[in-house]
Every structure is written in C-alpha cells, then in structure tokens.
Design a protein around this ligand. Structure first.
Ligand code: AGP
Length: 530
C-alpha cells in the first residue's frame, strides 16, 4: 500500500540503521519469518525493511564490512543506500540490478537512481555497476566489490541539459515535452543524414557496412511506449530495407526460452535505459551470444553502457511519466536505421532522396499540428464524460493507435482499447455503442478504403467517430463526428504526424478531468523492478 509506514527510509529495531532501497528482495519472506521468530518487530509491509534488520543483526562496528557480508544473503535486485546514526559522515551504497549513480557537487555528494534527480547541484557523476559497493565519507568516495577488490571508477561530466529542468512556462512537463518535439526530432536527425549518398549515418552502431549487410533478420525488444516505437520501427525496417523484423515485449522475452540466431541483429529500446524488464532481456540475449544494440535517451544509462553499441536519440530529459517526445525521437532513430539498411540493399536513390526530404520536413509538420491544439482540446471536452474509447489503426498506424490508447489510459485513467482496424469485425465490434467513441487513424494510403469500411461499421451501430487523417475527404467527413487533419508525409512516416494529436488529446482529457498529469497514480517514470 501507499502509506507512510511503507515509505523509505526503513530502519532496524534500534532505529540506528536506515536504508533506502529500490528493487525487490525475492527471499524477504523467509528472512522476515526467521527474524520475527527471533523476536524482531516490523513496522512496514515492505520487502526492503528486512535489509535494515539483517544489517543490524550482523553489525560489528564496521558498516561497510557489515553491508558487504549481508549483500550475499539477499536474493533479488537492489539500488541500496545505508546509513548508521553513530557514523553521520558515512554513507554506503550498493547496486545489483537497480540503478545507482553518484553525483559530485561543490563539497557535497549525492546518491540517486537517476541523474535527473541531481538537478543543478552536481557537475560530475560516477555510474555504479552491478556488484559494486560505494563508501562515501566527508572527504571522498571509494568503490569496492563484495570480494573487497578496489574498483577504479571513471568520473564523467553531467550533461548540461539534465541540470536545466523547468516547465518553461507550461502548466505541465508533459505539455512542454509535447511542444518540444519539433526541436527534439531535429536534434535526432542532426548530422545523421548523408545527403551525398541518399542514406543515413549512425556512428554508434559499431558495425561495418558489410556486417550490417549480412544481417538476415532484426528483433526489437522494449516495454510500453518504447515497445510501440519499436513496433513502428519494425514496420519501417521490414518495408524499407526488406529485412524480416519482429518485436518482442521485454517482459515476455524473459518469460520464454528465446532462440538466438547469429544472423539476427537485436535492438533494445528504452528512454530511461534503466527499465528492468528491458535490461534483463538484453542481458539474456547477450548471454546467448546475440549482438544487441541500444536505442536510448539517457546518456550513460545501464542499457546504453552494457549494449554492444547503439544510438542516442537526444530528445533531452523527459520528466513526465507519460512518454511523448521520446517516442517521436525513437522512431526518428528507426527511420534513419531503415534508411541505412534499405540503401545497403535494394532501396533506390529516388526512394532514399524522397525519404530524406520527408524526414527533414517532419519538424515543421509537427509544428503545424501543435497549432491544432485548441481544436483538439475542444474535441476532448466534447468526449470527456465517456468511460471507454476504442483506438483503431491499420498497418504502421496500428502500433500508433496502441500508443494513443496507452497515453489516454495512463494519464486520464479512462479505459481505452487499441484494435487493428481489420480485427474490429472479429469481436471488438460488440463493444461499439453511442457511449464508446472510436478514434480512427486514416492516412491517405492504400489502406484508406478499408479504414473507411471499418468506420462505416462503427457508424452504422451508433458509435461516435473521431478521425485523424491527412486528407480532406468528403467520404470521411460524412461519417466522422470530428476530424483532425494533419500534414501529409511519406507513408512510412505517418506515425510522426498521427501520434501528436493523440498525445494532445490524452493530455487535454486528463487536464479536463483534473488528473495528476505528470505523475499519474500507480506509475513511475523508470520501472526498475521486474
Ligand atoms: C510511457 O508513457 C510509459 N510511462 C511506459 O510505458 C514506458 O514507456 C515504459 O515503462 C518503458 O520505459 P523506457 O522507455 O524508459 O524503457
């Protein structure tokens, strides 16, 4: 439960030892049972509290040595900080599976799970790796491991944009981040187009052209919004480079015995670079011999460091729990990848040229969509009493519909279900009624006719229809209750222009309903537990 008793720090029975723990202790129950049998009293329902009790039970006057002895008794994951009130100038930290980073400021040091927490107080950082223990005293810090070996750590500069975190006049970080997209997409494209050869360039892949050309299939692994961005990326790579590409949810990949093939290139996608499911899936793939590249936003994050190379999406710090600009930056990276892989195979100069021109025009297209904000807000007002929504898209717009539904769910708490529009008639149509609006994504492509047929099925059953489209089409206008027209782009790039109206729709819906937009209930920005 979300209670004061369950909040950190947790203490030992003497209240001298305090701990803060991020992660899950899998064997807490047996430890707690034994300690309770020995007379210990617990004040919280957490697994974390057993750590303080265990340290207390084993304490011999040397906090570092005690923590080092206790860690092997814990099964699970931790980013852990320990203090003892008899040693006020000493902090011990330890990491296993959950992030921990040291921030060094002006005569002060901090430990956190994410550099974003440091704000303007820190200039240098040191990332800890799994199995490492840090001791901080008044003057310095030192890092060792459980076997007592000293580990020399590199100090890095903290990126300046991490220190500069403000809402910049916007009511919420989410809205600010939606509005940052023209710039963040531009940053993701900067220096990554090779105009002379009608292709892209991504320095961090650590792969020679010949190695890229030898790839026979691609698998993209991620969670949540990053998974939907990966699903868009999979379509881009399959369509443009003609390489069979599939996606795996990270949590599902860990749940099965995945077959790794040497000709397959694996990508893990993560805004934070710390999502436990994605990180563990990456480690499992690497253990099986796969080459795994990362597509990350957070520079220096665990996934970025442990992957075999990859791409930084440069969208800047994303603070709102609901991911927006990271999604468009992730698909920017995938568009460039698909261009590189496509040009290495059968993609013509003309197709490469067309794609580059449309890609370069995306920031302006998004800028235009932001001018539709008022219209989208009014549409949200009209539907704000609805309790259920259907989101429908086909082809590359199907994962975009899923992302739109996720946005609405996580910040407005309205139930939304995304459906591949062609699947509607196979069951979901039973849900259509006048109180359940359907939001259709209808680009002007070869699937338009089929999408209009699905709209007609909903219309005939009294369902209200909101359409995002890139064409002023009398047939669409006749059936739809509300239409949002976005600028036209290349068929493969429609996810950029179709996702932004849905981000704004979810934002306004949540705002109208008075929700905690930047920190929705039950959610965390980085999900560092499995
Ligand atoms: C996005 O709006 C969500 N908060 C969530 O689905 C998120 O995308 C997911 O947890 C993955 O995070 P990551 O990109 O940092 O790995």
């Amino acid at each position: 439960g979300v209670t004061n008793e369950n909040s950190h720090p947790h203490c030992d029975p003497t209240c001298k030892i305090s701990i803060v723990h991020n992660g899950i202790i899998e064997n807490y129950f047996e430890i707690k049972q034994r300690l309770m049998d020995a007379g210990n009293k617990f004040t919280s329902e957490t697994d974390s509290e057993v750590i303080a009790h265990l340290i207390s039970e084993n304490f011999d006057g040397d906090l570092l040595a005690t923590v080092r002895r206790v860690l092997p008794m814990l099964r699970g994951t931790y980013g852990l900080i320990v203090m003892h009130s008899d040693f006020p100038d000493l902090i011990i930290g330890a990491r296993n599976g959950s992030p921990l980073v040291l921030g060094i400021g002006n005569e002060e040091m901090f430990l956190a799970s994410d550099v974003i927490a440091f704000g303007p107080y820190v200039q240098k950082i040191v990332y800890l790796n799994d199995g490492e223990i840090i001791k901080i005293d008044q003057n310095d810090f030192s890092v060792t491991n459980v076997q007592r070996a000293t580990i020399k750590k590199e100090t890095q500069d903290l990126e300046s944009d991490v220190a500069d975190i403000s809402k910049n006049g916007f009511e919420h970080f989410m809205l600010k981040e939606i509005y940052e997209q023209p710039e963040s997409i531009k940053r993701g494209l900067a220096g990554r187009i090779n105009f002379a050869e009608y292709t892209g360039k991504l320095g961090g892949l650590n792969m020679r052209d010949a190695e890229l050309d030898a790839i026979k299939s691609v698998v993209i692994v991620a969670s949540g919004t990053s998974y939907y961005a990966g699903s868009v990326g999979a379509r881009m790579i399959s369509d443009m480079a003609r390489i069979p590409t599939s996606t795996e949810m990270a949590s599902e990949l860990i749940a099965k015995n995945i077959i790794v093939s040497p000709d397959t290139l694996y990508f893990v996608v993560s805004q934070s670079g710390e999502t436990a499911d994605t990180l563990f899936a990456m480690r499992e793939l690497k253990r099986k011999g796969a080459r795994v590249l990362g597509i990350c936003n957070a520079v220096g994050s665990t996934i970025a460091r442990e992957s075999d190379g990859g791409v930084y999406i440069h969208s800047g710090p994303e603070i709102a729990v609901a991911s927006t600009k990271a999604f468009t930056s992730q698909i920017t990276a995938f568009a460039i990848l698909a261009l590189i892989m496509g040009r290495g195979r059968g993609m013509s100069i003309a197709d490469g040229d067309r794609l580059i021109k449309y890609l370069a025009a995306i920031p302006n297209a998004v800028e235009h969509i932001l001018t539709l904000d008022k219209l989208i807000c009014n549409i949200a007002k009209k539907y704000s009493s609805c309790k259920n929504f259907l989101f429908m898209g086909r082809g590359i717009c199907h994962p975009v519909a899923m992302e739109g539904a996720l946005k609405l769910k996580e910040i407005s708490y309205i139930h939304a279900e995304a459906v591949a529009a062609g699947e509607l008639k196979h069951g979901v149509i039973a849900l259509v009624n006048p109180d359940t609006p359907s939001l259709f994504l209808v680009p002007d492509d070869e699937l338009r006719g089929k999408n209009i047929s699905s709209m007609k099925e909903v219309h005939a059953r009294g369902g209200k229809i909101i359409v995002v489209t890139d064409i002023d089409d009398p047939e669409i206008n006749a059936i739809a209750d509300d239409v949002i027209i976005v600028p036209k782009t290349d068929r493969e790039l429609t996810p950029f222009t179709f996702v932004v109206p849905m981000q704004l729709f979810a934002y306004h819906m949540a705002n109208i309903l008075g929700r905690e937009i930047d920190q929705p209930r039950n959610l965390a920005k980085s999900v560092t537990v499995e």
